[in-house]
Design a protein around this ligand. Sequence first.
Ligand code: 5CA
Length: 437
Amino acid sequence: MRLSHYFLPTLKENPAEAQIVSHRLMLRAGMIKQASAGIYTWLPLGFRVLKKIEQIVREEQDASGAHEVLMPTIQPADLWRESGRYEDYGKEMLRITDRHQRDMLYGPTNEELITDIFRHHVKSYRDLPLNLYHIQWKFRDEVRPRFGVMRGREFYMKDAYSFDLDYAGAKRAYNKMFVAYLRTFARLGLTAIPMAADAGPIGGDMSHEFLILADTGESEVFCHRDYLEFDPLRETVDYAADLEPLFRRWTSAYAATDDKHDPATCPVPAEELMEGRGIEVGHVFYFGDKYSKAMGATVAGPDGAQVAVEMGSYGIGVSRLAGAIIEAAHDDAGIIWPDSVAPFAVGLINLKSGDPACDAAAGDLYARLAAAGVEVLYDDRDERAGAKFANMDLIGVPWQLVVGPRGLKQGMVELKRRATGERHELSADAALSRLLG
Ligand code: 5CA
């Protein structure tokens, strides 16, 4: 992508309305634009990141055996009357009346809709286990939308719903999602800590939230240092195997949010306890037959008797993750994207656009990287070098490849790693093989 042809409306000044660093940087880097409180447009750079996050989430859901569907954003109120949540959900639910005076709503979550799909199509235990997920916009009319995409009113969520015949099956489904979550967050460059949690308006008997540590997190967390050493990507996972040992291992160390933490009973000695703030990026729930019973989602069991299925639901805040990753990875100059979600892999800077030698060398590098399938943002604008460097640092592209007249005379270009600031002067060919290798 040539920057001269792109739409990257960066801001020089810090926007006054942004209280936390991720919100500030997302606005400054031209990733998002507020449409109304807690409702955002994703501009081209932000949209690229959102899609990358979504794709990693999708790959790990697929690997765990879940099947993707796409449910609508607008749901009929009657389904929620069946579960009893239509009144309970309160003011967070955006209620809509259509032209026929039918009560509709913009879905804040999809337990009812998916249970309706299930009861319509699945009649026998032989069709279980089943896990269906989708990645869709949700609306919750939050009292205090804030922190940009971190607590929005409209937000993008992956939610999965599992159906099993009995508790043992439901726990297997829960474990699969649990492991898939740890892998997902690790691939996004995050250390996510699973913590036993309350089920809130989703309801149920077992629940874990996944938090990443960041100073601007909304909850206070306490956990054993060991969590920082865990590496969910170290081993490959066989989803057909019993994952209970893995689940136990990952929940064996102490972790608690402030509502559950009691210094008097905490088993971890002070020197091994980490105390900080956390951002909730995922939440998993097991709630048994709460919805299946209320909505008549039963299957014929092996003995022919009707059984209300055991369910769980599993959410990941896809749009929140864009902000959360920035909270975890930035410096004074801007964002530092992990390679896995970076909007571009390489930022190519031409220090003297219009100079025939620079244009030819940068143009050649651009073409060769593009031919190799590398996503490059080529700053070919007629701008000062300082402005180009600052811009590339701000938007956080992992590698910067700099072509300037002085270096070219020696046959050299410069390669800089955004995360470490490490720079190397090398030939264009050597730079290419570093980037392609
Ligand atoms: N039905 C269940 C699981 S599918 C559910 O809705 N769970 S949730 O309420 O915990 O939401 C799932 C995830 O969505 C949260 O972990 C969080 O990462 C994200 N999320 C929730 N509310 C917001 C919000 N207002 N803005 C951005 N992300 C949010």
